[in-house]
Design a protein around this ligand. Structure first.
Ligand SMILES: [Fe+2]
Ligand SMILES: [Fe+2]
Length: 196
């Protein structure tokens, strides 16, 4: 697959001029890219694939620090009801596709749904969902997260379930709505594990 120049640049850590990501956010994205690269290599993927995995990491929070009002104004219709902090993924994916001409749908889906999860995630989307949560620089990083990182990428099914269980558990604790995509992602993971 011929990679879009913006994707190639993102894999090098060069973000588009419309990025809205503070320094600490860029550091987070770089750490996530490090995990993604290590996992892609661990799976034996070729160089263009490793580039895509790194690029997804650098693009997932490219609009994370944009004002919520701006994100709300640009959100695709199906996301309009979501709370503001979740919109940075869908809006970034929409901009990458509609303005920049990025046509790599699995990469766009990985970016759009990195906070929610999605039942149709490919390996790239699943890896990004886990890597975002397992960033070793998170202040709440602990032995548990480290042990999950150490099981990647070989035990990625079990790690994906552990990450999603933690995220859904948190949503339940704070009594936040569960999105259907999140629940459907959980069901797919459980069915794959033969526990359905
Ligand atoms: Fe994010
Ligand atoms: Fe993130």
């Amino acid at each position: 697959m011929k990679l879009h120049p913006l994707v190639e640049a993102a894999a090098r850590g060069e973000l588009p001029p419309w990025a809205r990501a503070e320094e600490s956010r860029r550091e987070h994205m770089a750490r996530v890219a490090g995990l993604m690269e290590a996992w892609a290599r661990g799976l034996g993927l070729d160089v263009p694939e490793v580039t895509r995995w790194r690029a997804a990491a650098f693009l997932h929070d490219v609009l994370r620090d944009a004002p919520v009002k701006e994100l709300e104004a640009q959100a695709p219709p199906e996301f309009r009801r979501l709370e503001g902090r979740i919109l940075h993924g869908p809006v970034a994916a929409r901009r990458l596709r509609e303005v920049e001409g990025v046509a790599d749908q699995p990469l766009l889906d990985a970016v759009a749904f990195h906070t929610l999860g999605h039942p149709e995630f490919g390996e790239l989307g699943r890896a990004l969902f886990a890597a975002d949560f397992l960033d070793p620089g998170r202040p709440e990083d602990d032995g548990w997260r480290q042990s999950l990182r150490e099981r990647m990428p070989d035990e990625r099914g079990a790690v994906a379930r552990a990450v999603l269980r933690a995220r859904i558990g948190h949503s339940l604790e704070v009594e936040r709505l569960l999105r259907p995509e999140t629940v459907a992602y959980w069901n797919v993971l459980v069915e794959e594990a033969g526990r359905g």
